[in-house]
Design a protein. Structure first.
Length: 309
């Protein structure tokens, strides 16, 4: 395993971005073949079992070598699979996927009777990860018609966006009434108020926020930000400790933050921050590569882009 890693570092020298991506995929597949000899952990997204997952971010046993999922992606999949009917194709579905993850995109594209649109403005990042969005749009200026999507997914996106309140308002606008937005971010649940400091350089952001590309550390008031625009936030927890261990979903991966856009949100509730008691009692759900767009997707994109708000 160490020999594979050493060879990868040598071969990366002088390779193009595309070649590096192909090399990384091949190396991880090779590791996956070795790790698949065991069955201590399982990825519910791709249904493969392994002796352990790959190291990610300096932490062992985190990254699925087959579909590249992390614990937060596996939790998101479990929510969609166990708590909704959105993956069944029983009804027409319009999906907006911001910051499309390699592991989730094939799953969402394959939903029967669904129109899938992915968007991202960080093209250099998604190109490196091997996922190309259908369109390049900022979360703060979505440029889609209001009430366009039944399901919006923006996982670990908002911590990168300076004007996150504007982005949240845009996500609310494009979500259909009675629609669902899955909007997890890194949250320090011991922190009452979000830590946002001005004029930090990349090294300081890495120090205070854990990542040089993050512009804040969210606290519990993240739920208030969702509520102020009209969303009703919910928390999804996987309580079965044996499944948490088997799927390698850690404490910093959950609870998953889900936001619903109800048919007739109360105006007063939109403007009033939640109390600590309200925050504890909000709907907690207990539980023991890019190809060409389809013709349907192209028609849908033309019908919803830049048609007013």
């Amino acid at each position: 395993m160490h020999l594979i890693s050493a060879n990868k570092k040598l071969l990366k020298l002088g390779l193009s971005r595309k070649a590096q991506r192909g090399l990384r995929t091949a190396v991880n597949r090779s590791k996956g073949t070795i790790l698949s000899l065991g069955s201590s952990v399982e990825c519910p997204v791709c249904k493969h079992s392994f002796h352990s997952f790959l190291r990610f971010g300096g932490r062992p046993n985190r990254w699925c070598p087959m579909c590249r999922s992390l614990g937060r992606h596996r939790l998101l999949y479990l929510y969609l699979h166990n708590q909704t009917d959105l993956l069944t194709g029983r009804r027409p579905l319009r999906v907006l996927h911001l910051g499309p993850e390699f592991c989730l995109r094939p799953l969402l594209v394959s939903i029967v009777n669904a129109t899938y649109v992915s968007a991202d403005s960080m093209l250099s990042v998604v190109d490196f990860l091997g996922v190309s969005p259908d369109i390049c749009k900022s979360a703060t200026h979505a440029c889609f018609r209001s009430d366009a999507f039944d399901l919006v997914i923006a996982s670990h996106v908002l911590e990168h966006v300076k004007a996150d309140r504007q982005a949240i308002a845009e996500l609310f606008r494009v979500t259909k009434p009675d629609g669902l937005a899955i909007l997890p971010v890194p949250i320090d649940w011991d922190l009452e108020t979000t830590d946002e400091r001005e004029n930090l350089d990349s090294s300081e952001r890495a120090k205070f926020y854990g990542d040089a590309t993050h512009v804040r550390q969210y606290g519990r008031d993240y739920l208030d930000r969702l509520q102020r625009v009209g969303f009703t936030p919910e928390l999804y927890r996987l309580e079965d400790s044996s499944l948490l261990r088997r799927y390698r979903i850690d404490a910093d991966d959950h609870p998953l933050v889900v936001a619903r856009k109800h048919l007739a949100p109360e105006v007063d509730a939109m403007k009033t921050p939640m109390s600590s008691r309200d925050r504890q009692s909000i709907g907690v759900v207990e539980h023991a590569g890019h190809g060409k767009l389809s013709s349907n997707s192209l028609v849908f994109l033309k019908s919803i882009q830049c048609l007013g708000r």
